[in-house]
Ligand binder design. Structure first.
Ligand SMILES: [Zn+2]
Length: 409
């Protein structure tokens, strides 16, 4: 039986790592010293439980429970330890902690797994360093090519290969791992909900149906840097006008497509108050319910940006940085997960999400499913992200019922 105190004892150990007083919240960006501390925490917690910890070729940590008599492919749970800059306490962390506590709960209940169980911590899920979300889980399945990953540099200009090597991951070893995937019977990720679905439904836990298609696009607009006082308005070639159209256009076309779109990262050069900018770079994050809606959103946005560029004498380039197709979670597994949760009480609601997850990446290769835990405000990727302890415990209990069902029968 996992109590609030046992939950806190484990969760607070991880939450002590990577506090970011400057931004508020947590900054455990992949391959940083904070990430290394979180990995050391995971290793210690797993080893304290007698689990065998190994790191795979893409930098993921796997903690194995192989009880006597357990054989065949494993049932795997877990999530990620990294955060966005100034992120919340629960995103990723809750799934890893819930995995470890579920092992405790199964042991305390005298469960006898007939399959091995693993708790995994996927690397750079947020893509905050690589610019490539679900970095290691997509390398694992082969959805992300190692060459594309290694072509990246971090925001501070360091080639990703160097960053990985410094963190002890051999860049030459990155890539798909079919043998490892063949050893996974099912992957079930528990995650704090990143919206208000459960809060509106008044339920603590939901089963995921799927993930919206989503992606990231880069905009580069080049005009002419000049004096903010002496350059007449009609003479300007100001790329910030294109940025303005890109931001308002993202909102307009997202609403029209029933999706969401965000420009949350902008670089203006030279970034001076009294200078007309010479160059603007910005990144669009766009998501929609299906591929057609996402394409419509992008087409509308692209036309808007190009119109603004023409009107302001600015050159513009748009590039796709990543596009992740829609994910439908394995119907049979989702049904088993829902049935296992329902046996404890109520039938859990089903929710889709616009947030990407490692389980979404894994779904291309193995049966995958997700449990969401209620987030009262829906806020995520922010220090205000929250889940009540009682709901986290309900999540751990649900995950326990699921692993019992999948690994112990
Ligand atoms: Zn996450």
């Amino acid at each position: 039986m996992i109590t609030g105190a046992t939950f806190r004892a484990c969760f607070d150990g991880l939450a002590a790592i990577g506090r970011d007083p400057e931004r508020g919240g947590w900054s455990r960006l992949a391959w940083t010293p904070q990430d290394a501390d979180a990995r050391a925490w995971f290793r210690a917690e797993a080893e304290r439980r007698g689990l065998d910890v190994e790191r795979d070729r893409n930098g993921d940590l796997w903690a194995w429970w192989r009880p006597q008599g357990a054989a065949g492919p494993a049932v795997v749970t877990g999530s990620h330890l990294d955060t966005v800059p100034g992120g919340g306490a629960y995103d990723g962390a809750l799934g890893v902690v819930a995995g470890l506590l579920t092992v405790d709960a199964l042991r305390a209940a005298g469960a006898h797994p007939v399959r091995p169980i693993a708790v995994v911590a996927f690397a750079d899920e947020e893509g905050a360093r690589s610019g490539l979300p679900t970095f290691a889980s997509r390398l694992l399945t082969g959805a992300l090519a190692p060459a594309a990953a290694l072509a990246r540099t971090t925001a501070d200009g360091v080639p990703l290969g160097e960053v990985l090597a410094a963190a002890g991951v051999d860049p030459a070893g990155l890539g798909p791992d079919p043998e490892r995937l063949a050893d996974v019977a099912a992957f079930v990720e528990l995650h704090v909900e990143q919206g208000r679905g459960l809060a509106d439904l008044g339920a603590p836990v939901a089963v995921a149906t799927g993930i919206w298609p989503h992606g990231r696009w880069r905009l580069e607009a080049a005009g002419e840097g000049n004096h903010a006082g002496t350059t007449r308005m009609e003479d300007r070639r100001d790329p910030a006008r294109v940025l303005a159209a890109a931001i308002t256009g993202a909102a307009v076309h997202a609403v029209a497509a029933g999706g969401v779109a965000t420009i949350g990262r902008v670089l203006v050069s030279p970034n001076g108050t009294n200078s007309v900018p010479a160059r603007v770079r910005a990144w669009l994050d766009a998501r929609a319910v299906d591929e057609d809606a996402l394409t419509a959103l992008l087409e509308g946005w692209t036309a808007e940006v190009e119109r603004a560029a023409d009107a302001s004498g600015v050159s513009v380039e748009l590039a796709e940085e990543s596009r992740t197709p829609a994910v439908s979670f394995h119907g049979g597994l989702a049904g088993q997960v829902a049935a296992a949760v329902a046996r404890q009480g109520e039938e859990p609601p089903r929710l889709s999400t616009a947030a990407g997850h490692d389980a979404g990446a894994l779904a291309a290769a193995v049966p995958a499913a997700m449990l969401f835990v209620r987030n009262p405000t829906g806020v995520s990727h922010s220090p205000a992200e929250h889940a009540d302890d009682a709901d986290c415990l309900a999540g751990v209990a649900a995950l326990g019922a699921v692993l019992e069902e999948l690994a112990c029968r």
